[in-house]
Design a protein around this ligand. Structure first.
Ligand SMILES: [Zn+2]
Length: 416
């Protein structure tokens, strides 16, 4: 009990400004009258409420009274509510100091504006989404101060590169600069130097753009806090500017090719230098022999190029397949060289086949026969596409699967 009283006195003195002996005397009196300790504590705090200490926002708890604090209005919004049949204006928003950000509700018009720094006396707190929310009532005093205060910085969230997806902001990543080049872009009337390249960690490679000169060199291992991710050329791109913190690290990162589950590629909406493996579930209809415009290399139909009109098309072989690994699916485009390797037949042989049959459809049938349901391992980059994530293969091979081993591995993955 003695220890409890001592620590209760400590707690009270953190909240109010008062003489220790007097607080202890008052507390003991309440307890002698049979008041439980927690109630006694509150009663003593109430007695000295006029001498509450100014506190930082991080020290505000749920359901407190007599709160004194200094804070900056981050955001404020007016709304009308009905209380007992009467329309009333209330003000909601966020305020902050260097330790925390809290929601607040003002039940009367204190003439608050975003950016105001205010001293608040006699506020209370309630609960909102498991966080304290400050209430400024009729009894609350608000005084505008003529100085500025710092706001707490939100902590960036840490990501592996493989988990970056367009739309994320305030990310922390670590990686090795694999390549970097300088270029100039015009921003309004200004010419700005930006630095673009590829950064890699143990999980993936990602394109980046640094909008400020961080003095980066190929081979640097860095940590970036406060980056953001946008989609660019069909893949996520990491961006960082003068708002980001960059630190060079004295460590090595082992970059090796890893097979990525397809759902990660789908979530990221693409990627570069991807490696994955899955089953070919469909050969898309436009696979086989196609004809390209000799001037612009675009695919032509019935001898007509959209841009160049009637042309004598050059034949090309290309395959588009749907690859599924059980976690997700992507389209994969295989160019002539890779297609010839996978089909073990070159384009001229296919052209002869089609001439004999007088039907290019025979090429499609043969592709289906040799590739459908086969397991394929692919390395490539995603390209701009509207619907499904589409990978342009840089290399691909058909994998002979030890089915028993495959099943065991899948089971192990599922069991985590
Ligand atoms: Zn053309």
């Amino acid at each position: 009990m003695e220890n409890n009283i001592e620590s209760a006195v400590d707690e009270i003195l953190e909240i109010i400004e008062a003489n220790r002996e007097e607080v202890e005397k008052d507390l003991r009196k309440f307890i002698e009258y049979g008041v439980p300790l927690e109630h006694a504590k509150k009663a003593v705090i109430n007695k000295y409420s006029g001498s509450a200490k100014e506190k930082k926002l991080k020290d505000v708890n749920i359901n407190e009274k007599n709160i004194i604090t200094v804070a900056k209005i981050i955001f404020i919004d007016e709304r009308e509510i009905e209380v007992r049949g009467e329309k009333r204006k209330i003000y909601r928003g966020w305020l902050g100091d260097e330790t925390a950000r809290l929601q607040f509700t003002a039940w009367k018009d204190f003439d608050l504006k975003e950016g105001d720094v205010i001293k608040i006396k006699n506020a209370s707190s309630s609960e909102w989404m498991e966080q304290p929310r400050l209430n400024l009532s009729e009894r609350t005093e608000v005084e505008k101060l003529d100085y500025d205060i710092e706001l707490i910085k939100r902590f960036p969230e840490r990501y592996n590169l493989v988990d970056l997806r367009p739309g994320l902001s305030n990310v922390e990543v670590r990686g090795k600069i694999m390549s970097i080049e300088e270029r100039e872009v015009s921003v309004g009337d200004d010419i700005k130097k930006v630095f673009s390249g590829i950064i890699a960690d143990e999980t993936a490679k990602v394109r980046f753009t640094a909008w400020k000169d961080f003095d980066l060199k190929e081979g640097d291992v860095i940590k970036i806090r406060g980056g953001y991710v946008r989609k660019w050329r069909g893949a996520p791109q990491l961006n960082f500017d003068e708002n980001a913190e960059l630190e060079k690290l004295d460590e090595e990162i082992l970059i090796e090719e890893k097979i990525v589950p397809l759902y990660k590629i789908v979530q990221a909406q693409g990627g570069i230098d991807l490696c994955f493996q899955g089953v070919i579930l469909e050969v898309r209809k436009d696979s086989g022999i196609i004809f390209r415009c000799p001037k612009c290399n675009k695919r032509i139909k019935e001898g007509i190029c959209d841009d160049d009109g009637e042309v004598d098309g050059n034949p090309d072989l290309r395959i588009k397949v749907l690859v599924d690994d059980g976690t997700g699916a992507v389209d994969v485009i295989l160019n002539r060289e890779i297609s010839e390797k996978l089909l073990n037949k070159n384009m001229d042989e296919f052209l002869n086949l089609a001439k004999e049959a007088m039907d290019y459809g025979i090429v499609y049938d043969e592709i289906v026969n040799s590739l459908l349901t086969k397991t394929i391992k692919v390395r490539g980059d995603s390209i701009q596409s509207d619907l499904i994530v589409t990978i342009s293969a840089k290399d691909a091979e058909i994998i002979k699967i030890d089915e028993k081993k495959e099943a065991e591995e899948l089971l192990m993955q599922l069991e985590g």
